[in-house]
Write a protein that binds this ligand. Structure first.
Ligand code: ADP
Ligand code: ZN
Length: 740
């Protein structure tokens, strides 16, 4: 044996590292001497090309990797964890996520880790910005005329009326912080820093309510779940319980059992219902819980993550990504409102948290409970099949008895007062009047923010579109501006049609206009509006809900934000101002979404013995989504809808995959799409149908043109031969592949 061989040649062992890159492969590195702790699940810093990257070790190899020259293999530069920060089941879950969303293992793993661990850096302070006044009329005018961005930034801060996190400001306005910096130099705004909260919800008060006695139906559900927990077996449940039937109480009892066993649990809720109200309910019964939501800063998220990993916080409540919390000895996963589309991530990796929750429960021998009053058709179908998911049912409301009576108002036959756009129909006005007179409360739902959703030209029939995006501009009256909801570009309100130069008029109703009308109709009542334009600070949501609960306002008007999860016993009237908006999207789930939304909003009414009424205003009273939701008939709706899905090969019967292409010009995007279509066609197998390339409903966003292809595969397995092409397409820039 020569010295050269002893000291010069690589010795191993080797590790495979997954890096957060689109390429679907792992990379081999040599483990240098002294790095004995390295094992799968640890983070490692490695040299890739000329950059250092942080990746996750996914495999340990005693033998050198094949097909690579050994002297080309670099050593691991640094090991960042002495113990794995990702457990084996989480590594496997990431692998599953990568395979089902077509991304790389590294990208899937990156989605699991908090940003602070991905980037190896921490922050400790949150930057805020606040308006401090001192600006005269002339200066204001100058801003408006010459510095529109500064003017817009200032208007936001004035309206927010208090310190706003810079991050939130950027997210909401689409502006950078440069106008803020200029405004600071002029002395009109000031920056400040505030310490991050360690546990952002720890301050909120916990009421000590008594533990209710379970109803017979609740008890039956709890018993089943507890049985599976005690057997320490994997089992999926679908808890189908009408609104107000006490699903949360079922989760709480299951949680109690799980904690008693010394195990941990994860409760996923849609971001929108992650209110202090919800969190308080869990803290009251489970002790300290970790709360993971998108409003956390990197450092806050990091701290929570570590506390969970160390077993200090055994219950995690959070939105979508909380599913990846490193809970040791996981016993239970609950997905509340499992039908919600916010459980689907709309950027890489495009995973569905409901699906992954079931997979994680399977990998960890845990129990998974999906709960909803309007189950997704995927879950509903799975619960009908023997041997799979078990169906648990809550058929009646805990308090208040029956579900509210729903009155469908056909807006085609309602006449607006002259000169007014019809917002509130006569029957709704009557119901609201009665409720307010008795000092009861009203919730009004309208899924359109701004004053009016479009400018319409009566001569050519067109509407005024954003220059960058293929969407109609919305009028926001508080700014007196036209706003594009896609690129957030603001422009002066148009007066004439850009095509034919005739005057244009505002059509439709947004929350601003509805607020106006309702205030004129009921001048004595206090109205609180809840949409993106009024929720300007982190605390806004909580403040409005607290005020509504305490009776400071009697009418709550808002978008999606008021539709779900709210539990106010003295709300007796709910008005759905326009039930049809959800139906106009050319999406195979449009009807399901509309049904869900109307059912969920209706569920806010009559949650006590005061009873309740719902008024649904619609231009399509005969649509099945409206007909069945007004009768609270989930089964009827599901049956009809599933028949259609089966006929057209849509999920849950087949797989539907959308390929989207985007480029700066039409020719480029069309050639990209055509090439992909040809490639797919070549490997296409029986059971697969390709549609397109075609322009998507919104053809242009931020100046980039888009095309799409839809691929259906029935049964979903028919997709298999196409997978290599799918994986390849995913790695291309300008292409997104999305399993719908
Ligand atoms: P869901 O989530 O099914 O819409 P909730 O869990 O919000 O229903 O329950 C509705 C209300 O009923 C809540 O205020 C809850 O505290 C109360 N509740 C639940 N179970 C019981 C029970 N067994 N006895 C009395 N009140 C209950
Ligand atoms: Zn735009």
């Amino acid at each position: 044996m020569t010295e050269g061989f002893l000291f010069g040649a690589p010795q191993g062992p080797w590790v495979r590292v997954a890096l957060d890159m689109p390429v679907r492969r792992e990379f081999s590195y040599e483990v240098p001497e002294g790095m004995n702790e390295i094992q799968p699940g640890c983070r490692a810093r490695v040299l890739f090309g000329s950059r250092y990257l942080i990746g996750v070790v996914v495999g340990l190899d005693p033998h050198p990797p094949e097909g690579v020259k050994l002297d080309r293999i670099r050593p691991v530069a640094a090991l960042l964890d002495k113990e794995p920060i990702l457990t084996l089941p989480l590594l496997r879950l990431a692998r599953h996520m990568a395979d089902t969303t077509f991304c790389s293992w590294g990208a899937a793993l990156a989605a699991m880790l908090p940003a602070a661990l991905r980037k190896d850096r921490k922050r400790r302070m949150v930057k805020t910005v606040e308006w401090v006044g001192g600006l005269d009329g002339a200066q204001q005018k100058l801003l408006e005329e010459s510095f529109p961005k500064q003017e817009r930034a200032l208007a936001y801060l004035k309206k927010a009326d208090g310190p706003v996190e810079v991050r939130l400001f950027k997210d909401r306005t689409g502006l950078s912080d440069s106008p803020l910096k200029t405004l600071e130099k002029k002395g009109w705004v000031k920056f400040a820093k505030r310490k991050e909260y360690l546990n952002p919800f720890a301050e909120s008060p916990v009421s000590k309510g008594s533990i209710p006695t379970l109803t017979a139906q609740q008890e039956q559900c709890v018993n089943e779940i507890v049985h599976s927990l005690e057997a320490r077996q994997h089992q999926d449940y679908l808890l189908f319980g009408i609104t107000g039937s006490g699903k949360t109480e079922v989760y709480l009892r299951a949680l109690a059992t799980c904690l008693k066993q010394g195990r941990g649990a994860i409760v996923l809720v849609p971001e929108i219902s992650l209110t202090p109200q919800t969190v308080a309910r869990f803290r009251e019964r489970c002790g300290e819980v970790a709360v993971l939501h998108s409003g956390l800063t990197d450092a806050e998220r990091h701290d929570q993550w570590i506390a969970i990993q160390e077993g200090k916080l055994r219950v995690v409540v959070g939105a979508r990504s909380a599913l990846f919390a490193p809970v040791p000895d996981l016993g239970l996963i609950v997905v509340d409102e499992e039908h919600e589309s916010t459980f689907k991530q709309e950027s890489v990796p495009r995973y569905h948290a409901r699906e992954l929750a079931q997979e994680r429960a399977h990998l960890e021998k845990a129990v998974c409970v999906l709960g909803s009053a309007t189950p997704s058709l995927e879950s509903w179908c799975a619960a009908q099949k023997p041997g799979g998911m078990r169906l648990l049912e809550l058929r009646s409301r805990v308090a208040g008895g029956a579900l509210p009576e729903v009155l469908v108002v056909d807006m085609r036959s309602e006449k607006p007062e002259t000169g007014h756009w019809l917002v509130v129909s006569k029957p709704l006005e009557v119901q609201m009047g009665k409720a307010l007179e008795k000092e009861e409360k009203v919730i009004l739902f309208l899924n359109q923010r701004g004053f009016a959703p479009a400018w319409h030209c009566k001569i050519c029939g067109g509407s005024v579109h954003c220059k960058q995006c293929d969407v109609a501009l919305t009028y926001h009256r508080w700014r007196k501006k036209a706003l594009c909801h896609y690129c957030m570009e603001e422009t002066p309100p148009p007066r004439v049609c850009p095509e034919c130069h005739h005057p244009v008029g505002l059509v439709g109703v947004g929350t601003e206009r509805a607020e106006d009308t309702v205030e004129r109709m009921f001048p004595k009542a206090q109205l609180a509006r809840m949409d993106r334009d009024t929720m300007l600070r982190r605390e806004s949501y909580e403040e409005v809900l607290r005020g509504f609960g305490a009776g400071e306002s009697q009418i709550l008007l808002g978008t999606q934000m008021v539709a779900k999860g709210l539990d106010f016993p003295d709300v007796t009237v709910v008005g759905v101002l326009n039930a049809d908006t959800a139906l106009h999207h050319p999406d195979f789930r449009a009807s399901e979404r509309c049904f869900n939304l109307v059912t969920q909003v209706s569920g806010r009414a009559g949650r006590s013995d005061l009873g309740g009424r719902v008024v649904v205003q619609t231009w399509m009273p005969d649509h099945p989504a409206i007909r069945f939701s007004s009768k609270h008939d989930y089964r009827g709706f599901a049956e009809g809808e599933l028949k259609e899905r089966e006929m057209f090969g849509y999920p849950p019967f087949g797989a539907a995959i959308r390929f989207q292409f985007e480029a700066a010009d039409v020719l480029k995007v069309e050639s990209m799409a055509a090439a992909a279509a040809a490639q797919l066609q070549e490997v296409s197998a029986p059971g697969c149908v390709l549609m397109g390339p075609a322009p998507p409903p919104v053809e242009k966003i931020k100046g980039r043109v888009r095309r799409q292809i839809l691929l259906k595969a029935t049964p979903p397995d028919a997709l298999r031969p196409l997978l290599p092409v799918l994986y390849e397409l995913c790695q291309k820039t300008g292409v997104t592949v999305d399993r719908l």
